[in-house]
Design a protein around this ligand. Structure first.
Ligand code: CDP
Ligand code: CDP
Length: 226
């Protein structure tokens, strides 16, 4: 049976990458974390002391910033050229700057081109903000994952505790709200539900329940294709 493309979009901490990874594994598909690519460019910009407001300076970094993913027993690792940046791109300095960098035209054009190349053959689960609207507009299954901001902040808070990171809940919630605001109001490919996407409100839902709801959509699509 031919492999389809699955686009998962939604705001910060809605559970996109967690469910996308499980889904890809279960289906034997590739998983592409597009947020990690925006984070990687932001990390490279911070490392070279770029003025983050200068589109020109960041555009110059793009051709030399090769981003690759490596599957390991511990999960997916992210590299910039030969440097393992898996942990560094999740640090607060990157998290708080990424939406500014991701709003820039040169960055989006370049990364969307790279993301489409990954998805050419189908058999992919991609998560981000503009997958169903801009990167894979022909994806067979499009999911828009949401959850209340309080629940999303609680999920991140718990995740941080599990990783031994102390955070203030209200600060975390505000950071999520700020990033959502920047992502939904930017000019190019803002975060918006694609017309043909299925919205799943995951407030109060466990991970397995969300994965199962998406699999129902995949089965529906596969049955129609048969
Ligand atoms: O996992 P989390 O929700 O923290 O965010 P992410 O998926 O790692 O994405 C980080 C940031 O990259 C987002 O807040 C967006 O500004 C940007 N992004 C984007 O603009 N387009 C995408 N397809 C994916 C991420
Ligand atoms: O990729 P995105 O920013 O949308 O979210 P994530 O990093 O996949 O999920 C954020 C946190 O919420 C993780 O610790 C997940 O384990 C957790 N989560 C959850 O508790 N319940 C769900 N239904 C989905 C995710």
């Amino acid at each position: 049976m031919s492999k389809i493309s699955i686009a998962i979009d939604g705001p910060a901490s809605a559970g996109k990458s967690t469910v996308a990874k499980i889904l890809a594994k279960d289906l034997g598909y590739i998983y592409l974390d597009t947020g990690a690519m925006y984070r990687a460019i932001t990390y490279a910009a911070l490392k070279s002391n770029c003025d983050l407001a200068s589109e020109e300076a960041i555009a110059k970094l793009l051709p030399t910033t090769m981003i690759t993913f490596k599957q390991t027993e511990q999960g997916q690792l992210v590299f910039i050229n030969d440097e393992d940046v898996t942990e560094a791109i999740r640090k607060p300095d990157v998290t708080n700057a990424v939406s500014q960098v991701a709003a820039q035209a040169a960055v989006r054009t370049d990364l969307v081109r790279r993301q489409r190349a990954f998805g050419e053959e189908g058999g992919i689960v991609m998560d981000g903000r503009d997958i169903g609207t801009a990167v894979l507009p022909n994806a067979e299954v499009k999911i828009f994952l949401v959850a209340s901001v309080v629940e999303r902040a609680e999920r991140r808070y718990k995740e941080n505790i599990e990783n031994g990171i102390e955070t203030d809940f209200e600060t975390l919630k505000k950071e999520i709200e700020d990033r959502d605001y920047k992502d939904t109001t930017r000019k190019i490919s803002p975060l918006v539900q694609a017309e043909d996407a299925v919205k799943i409100d995951t407030t109060g839902m466990g991970i397995a329940e969300v994965v199962s709801a998406i699999k129902d959509q995949v089965t529906l699509k596969m049955d129609k294709k048969r």
